[in-house]
Design a protein around this ligand. Structure first.
Ligand code: UDP
Length: 472
């Protein structure tokens, strides 16, 4: 828990749950609708409360007006300005519409929950318009680190994450011991349409295991499926504790459920996506402000790998059967990456609240001691990753001058500042250097074959990628 001096006032405005957003996400929650965002909001609110902050929640436009005193002639309800505001893209638009021009004074204290992330070129309104990247959720012109994602996607954004219910928590562990694992698979797919066209794949699994589902409508399911309907989170976990495999159907992408499966002792069968899916070729991602490609249903789980996660081509039934045999011939313990545990989430959010300062231009966190410069003809995301590090956009301004480059063995013969690219600072074969003149265009994820990028990388705590070793 934070000390008294650092208890702050936090406004939480989840736009997606307001009736005005028409997203109807709360209503759909009981009928197979998306739950990932709600999981993240409830984990965030719980975390802020446990850390001891004063949390004020607004869940409608009248609430928001009331909070800011817009309905009481400018007298704020709370008699004090928030130190931090958590919202989402819909909520940010609502804040702007309620406050009008003066919203700007809150600009740098806003954090925008953004499940799949916003890449800098999509965020920058004039760049996006000029390069035909305008999208319904882009063009917000925030600092890219203000977007808080569900998984560590682009390092240009901040990884917020969520908490995975862990059966090793004391009151759960007895229950776990009394539950014997059956010859059972649980299928990952709450809506009947996710199951369409997957019968041959499921038939192979059914040769070995009884198949269970938590599906909103059983009509389209193979006869052998034992369907429980949409159930409570704790019931999903109980089913996972009785099962040996959690079976992906290739959709939904990048949800919390596969991590819950691993944490409850199942292996996860993770379908490959071929061709890779992104907003350029996939309806689900269309309009999302990034072009990140995913090559399986759950890239984060894919990186965890065997023996926990088996990434397979669903159409190659021999491969599916091979993976299944391997899973049934192994014993695994429950697995939970630290960053998705309660403690990991509390640590991460606490450090972000105390140290991530997006209001001052001379930010001192992460500390420069964590900086490791890597030069490469590829994106900084990849270059840092290859060096066992992560790209840290907060360090871009520090690298963006000839003096710092010289200290890192780049002798710029000539140089210029430009806002015509997404890969600066960088240099070409004649040692001509380009520096970024628009800080909103610093980006970890883009590359230019003709240029060598100078990348700001940093280390990270194992299984806590948001934080460097000197960050806490
Ligand atoms: N879940 C649930 N009832 C069900 C099926 C799933 O409460 O019948 C929970 C599951 O335990 C997880 C959450 O729904 O915590 C989100 O699941 P998913 O990975 O499917 O993500 P989504 O696509 O809903 O965002």
């Amino acid at each position: 828990m934070v000390s008294d001096q650092t208890i702050i006032l936090i406004l939480v405005h989840p736009g997606v749950v307001t009736a005005e957003s028409k997203a109807r996400i709360a209503e759909a929650a009981f009928n197979g609708g998306p739950l990932g965002e709600l999981v993240q909001w409830s984990d965030l609110i719980s975390t802020l409360h446990i850390l001891g902050h004063h949390v004020y929640l607004t869940a409608s436009l009248p609430d928001l007006r009331h909070y800011f005193g817009v309905d009481t002639g400018g007298c704020p309800h709370f008699h004090s300005n928030p130190n931090l505001i958590y919202t989402d893209i819909i909520g940010l638009r609502q804040i702007k519409s309620v406050l009008k021009g003066p919203w700007f004074k809150y600009r740098c204290i806003i954090r925008v929950l953004d499940t799949f992330g916003t890449e800098p070129d999509f965020n920058h309104i004039s760049w996006a318009n000029k390069h035909k990247l305008a999208s319904p959720f882009g063009g917000l012109n925030m600092i890219p680190l203000q977007f808080y994602t569900m998984f560590p996607h682009t390092p240009d954004n901040t990884f917020l994450g969520f908490v995975v219910q862990n059966q090793l928590m004391s009151e759960q562990s007895e229950l776990f011991k009394s539950n014997k694992r059956q010859n059972q698979a649980l299928v990952y797919g709450k809506r009947a349409e996710f199951w369409e066209g997957k019968t041959a794949y499921l038939d192979v699994i059914h040769k070995y295991l009884e198949i269970h589902g938590t599906v909103n409508n059983r009509n389209a399911l193979p006869n052998y499926v034992k369907n429980h309907g949409i159930v409570k989170g704790t019931d999903v976990q109980a089913l996972l504790r009785q099962s040996k495999v959690f079976v992906g159907l290739s959709f939904p992408y990048e949800g919390p459920a596969p991590l819950e499966a691993l944490a409850n002792g199942c292996a996860f069968l993770n379908p490959k996506l071929n061709p890779p899916q992104s907003s350029l070729n996939t309806k689900f991602f269309k309009g999302k402000p990034n072009i990140r490609e995913i090559i399986s249903q759950h890239p984060y789980a894919e990186a965890i790998g065997e023996p926990y996660v088996w990434t397979v081509d669903m159409n190659n039934l021999t491969e599916v059967e091979g993976a299944l045999n391997a899973i049934l011939n192994q014993t695994i313990e429950p697995y939970l990456p630290y960053e998705f545990s309660c403690e990991g989430m509390l640590q991460r959010v606490n450090v972000l609240i105390e140290k991530q300062d997006l209001c001052s231009s001379a930010a001192s966190w992460p500390p420069l001691s964590a900086l490791q410069v890597v030069k490469a003809q590829m994106s900084c995301k990849t270059a840092c990753q290859k060096a066992g590090l992560i790209c840290e956009p907060a360090f871009f301004p520090h690298l963006n001058n000839a003096n710092t480059l010289a200290k890192n063995s780049v002798d710029c013969q000539t140089s210029e500042f430009s806002a015509n690219g997404l890969v600066f600072p960088a240099y070409n074969s004649t040692q001509h250097c380009w520096f970024q003149s628009d800080p909103l265009l610093f980006s970890c994820v883009r590359s230019d074959e003709s240029l060598t990028r100078v990348c700001p990388c940093r280390d990270f705590i194992k299984d806590q990628i948001a934080l460097c070793k000197d960050c806490i």
